[in-house]
Design a protein around this ligand. Structure first.
Ligand code: MG
Length: 264
C-alpha cells in the first residue's frame, strides 16, 4: 500500500469512527410538532432527520483576497459599512482584524444593499466551547435581511439538521457537514439569486448555492420563503436590493474578510 493510500484509509477509518459516534438521530434534537416541509416527510427542525455526513474540509488557508469588482464590507479595520437594523452605530467590536458579536447588542446590517450576489464571508465560532445545539456559536448570514444561511459550531455538536452550519435555516440541511472546530476560521461562499416580485406577488422564488470551507453544501436550492423558527416561512414582497444582516444570537462568534459581488 502506498503512503497516500495508507493515509486515505486511515482518514476513512477516522471519519467512520466519528460518524458512528455522532450519527444518532433523536427527537430531542429538534421538533416533531412543527409543520411538514413541502415535498418531504420531515417536520421543520425535525430531530429525526438524518444527520449530514461529516466531511473533513482541507486545511484552512489565508483569507481569500477580494476581487476587483467586489464591495468590501469588512477588511479587518472598522465597522464603517455596518449599522444596526434601525441605523445606529453597531455594538459589535473589532478585535485582531475580526468583527465580533457583542451578545445583546443586536444584529448588524450592511449599509450597502444587494439583490443577486456572490458573497464571501469568513467566521469562527468561539474557541471556548459553551452551550449545546443551537446555543453553541450561533449567528447567521441573512441575505436581504431575511434569508438565513445558519452559522453554528457544528463540530461535534448535533442539532436538528436544518439548523446546523451551512443550513438554509429551517428549510434545507447542508448536503454534508464540512465544519471546522471551534475557534478555527471557516468560509462561506454563497451565490444568492433574489426572489422577484411584481404587483405585490411573487414572480420567482429566491435560490441559493453555498460552499462551506470550499465544500458544496447547498446546490441551487429554491427557498420556500423567509427563514423562520418552527414555521414554514412565506414570501413578503420587498425591495430589489436589501442589506446583508449578521445575527446576534447571544454567542461571541466572529467574522472577517467579507466581500460581495453584485451579479449581472
Ligand atoms: Mg442563526
Amino acid at each position: 500500500m502506498t503512503m497516500t493510500n495508507t493515509r486515505l484509509v486511515a482518514a476513512a477509518l477516522v471519519s467512520l469512527a466519528i460518524g458512528a459516534a455522532v450519527a444518532a438521530q433523536s427527537p430531542q434534537l429538534g421538533y416533531s410538532d412543527t409543520p411538514l416541509l413541502p415535498g418531504t416527510k420531515w417536520h421543520v427542525h425535525d430531530g429525526m432527520r438524518p444527520q449530514p455526513t461529516i466531511v473533513m474540509p482541507g486545511a484552512p488557508g489565508e483569507p481569500v483576497p477580494a476581487p476587483a469588482d467586489a464591495v468590501v464590507l469588512f477588511d479587518g479595520r472598522d465597522l464603517s459599512r455596518w449599522q444596526t437594523a434601525d441605523g445606529k452605530l453597531p455594538g459589535w467590536r473589532v478585535m485582531n482584524g475580526a468583527m465580533v458579536v457583542q451578545p445583546m447588542s443586536g444584529d448588524v446590517v450592511s449599509k450597502d444593499t444587494f439583490g443577486d450576489v456572490q458573497l464571501h464571508i469568513e467566521f469562527a465560532t468561539p474557541e471556548k466551547v459553551e452551550g449545546n445545539g443551537q446555543n453553541r456559536g450561533n449567528s447567521g448570514v441573512f441575505l436581504m435581511e431575511r434569508y438565513e444561511v445558519q452559522v453554528l459550531d457544528s463540530f461535534k455538536n448535533q442539532t436538528y439538521p436544518d439548523g446546523q452550519a451551512g443550513a438554509v435555516y429551517g428549510q434545507f440541511p447542508p448536503l454534508v457537514n464540512a465544519s471546522r472546530g471551534p475557534g478555527q476560521w471557516q468560509t462561506y461562499d454563497i451565490v444568492f439569486i433574489a426572489p422577484r416580485f411584481a404587483n405585490g406577488k411573487l414572480v420567482s422564488p429566491g435560490r441559493a448555492t453555498v460552499f462551506h470551507n470550499d465544500v458544496l453544501v447547498q446546490h441551487d436550492v429554491t427557498l420556500i420563503g423567509q427563514t423562520v423558527h418552527r414555521e414554514i416561512g412565506t414570501y413578503e414582497p420587498h425591495a430589489d436590493r436589501l442589506p446583508i444582516k449578521l445575527q446576534d444570537h447571544g454567542n461571541p462568534t466572529k467574522f472577517r474578510n467579507i466581500w460581495a459581488r453584485r451579479l449581472q
